[in-house]
Design a protein around this ligand. Sequence first.
Ligand SMILES: [Zn+2]
Length: 170
Amino acid sequence: MAEIQKSEISGTPALNNVYIAEMDMWPLETQEFNRIYPFYDNLRAGRFTTTKCKKCGHIAFPPQVICPKCWSEDLEWTELPQRAKVVCLTETQAGAPLGFESPLIIAWLTFGEKSPLKHLLGRIVHCQEGEVKEGDEVKFVSFSVPAHPIEVKKDTKVCDRVYYAFEPVK
Ligand SMILES: [Zn+2]
């Protein structure tokens, strides 16, 4: 494997080869650090999922390791709808936080009455300023996040990461 420059793996090139974990806004996704790691594996496979309690049937989002209704740890993974409608949104046209490009669009989304997940505050990507309007339909999309060196039992692993957002349905 080619040697990776620290600035490439940090995802924050402005910091000139300094990786500051506190400024990393993406979760650690590996099995060693995160008990909901299947959520990220599913994102990689293009699946938007969450946990469902096998005991009481409660579907929680974000995914949980314990059911917030009945405290059971017997959970399974279930699919969530991949399409939503924009209820309202904000666009940051300049001065987006480090690691984000402008426009940074955050929308309050609705998945409809039949969905176990009714609403979500989500990021909208792959569109220009002013392109998305209230009432527009958007769809789930996963994308890769700059990898991150993690110390695992005296070893350093560079783990690929993934996250999700929504994009306009065209
Ligand atoms: Zn439960």
